[in-house]
Write a new protein. Structure first.
Length: 137
């Protein structure tokens, strides 16, 4: 019985995944949300979820946005959810570390920790490394 349910699930879900991948809605790539400064080069623009709390009771309270990583700064721009944002200059970022496979934690010189969920976190970590920020393992 369990094998039959799994087979039906795969038959139903495969076309959905294929459709999402073809339309580009399955990935996390996004269009840049910031104007570039003189000499600034984009490294990565990706969709992220800013985990300000460990638990959210309502889905509408979860901040979703776009993270732009350039050679000079990291900027989070809200797309929906609470009206929050941040812009960190490269010099303000102490380090970046992975957490749990889908999260990236940014340690800021002022003592804040910013946790962002992004898939895959590896790409975001590589972008921070390319930016010149210390990436912890």
């Amino acid at each position: 019985m369990g094998l039959l349910v799994a087979l039906i699930f795969l038959i139903v879900m495969c076309p959905i995944f294929i459709l999402l991948m073809k339309k580009g809605d399955f990935g996390t790539k996004a269009d840049s949300q910031i104007p570039m400064r003189a000499g600034e080069v984009s490294i990565l623009t990706t969709k992220v979820v800013w985990m300000q709390k460990s638990i959210y009771l309502l889905r509408s309270q979860v901040p979703h946005g776009i993270l732009d990583i350039t050679n000079q700064r990291a900027v989070y721009t809200r797309t929906h959810g609470p009206k929050v944002s941040f812009a960190l200059e490269k010099a303000e970022i102490l380090s970046v570390a992975p957490r749990g496979g889908v999260s990236v934690v940014i340690q800021v010189k002022d003592g804040r920790s910013i946790t962002l969920n992004t898939v895959p976190a590896k790409n975001t970590l590589q972008a921070f490394e390319k930016m010149g920020v210390k990436v912890l393992s």
